[in-house]
Ligand binder design. Sequence first.
Ligand SMILES: Cc1cc2nc3c(=O)[nH]c(=O)nc-3n(C[C@H](O)[C@H](O)[C@H](O)COP(=O)(O)O)c2cc1C
Length: 179
Amino acid sequence: MSPETRLGAWEAIASYRAIRQFADRPLEPDHLRRILAAGRRAASSKNAQRWDFVVCSDRAHLRELSAVGPYADHVAGAAVAIALVTPDPHADGVALSILFDIGQAAGFMEIAARELGIGSCPATVYDQALTRRLLGYPADRWCEYMLSFGYPADPGTLTAPLRPGGRRPIEQIVHEERW
Ligand SMILES: Cc1cc2nc3c(=O)[nH]c(=O)nc-3n(C[C@H](O)[C@H](O)[C@H](O)COP(=O)(O)O)c2cc1C
């Protein structure tokens, strides 16, 4: 995709949707680097950057990773899955801001990907033991989420009209001064 055909940030945000069906082709290396750079650039509480990104693109590995949760099937067909690894959020002294931080990193990655015509979807990890075994991170780390990335199987899904009612109305969400 040439720079001229890339979306701006607002267009990428406004058209963002979860994509779970991916074309069977790898990500261009520059595109993957951009996605990872976007995660790295995310802000974090006290700039602690308590995250590591495990990048998986081997098809057999991706198939195994699709078993980490009941809604992780899309990982099997992704071009790349990026596991967001943090300190164990349940451990003493680990602030809950860790989850806000990786949410920001994930959002940056997803929007950077969308700008490049790459779809993405989170997968919530339910089976910590399996995930730990498949990814091999240290015992004091945790993986609550991974993200699938890939060019969409149907490129039209990126530009299809948004589902009506897909988000709560803004008037319902926004409160002025007080709830
Ligand atoms: C924290 C979080 C966890 C999610 N976990 C999963 C998941 O395990 N499997 C999945 O298919 N989608 C998952 N999603 C994607 C949501 O289902 C999706 O963002 C939501 O339904 C809105 O979809 P839309 O943008 O296509 O309207 C998750 C999203 C978030 C933000």
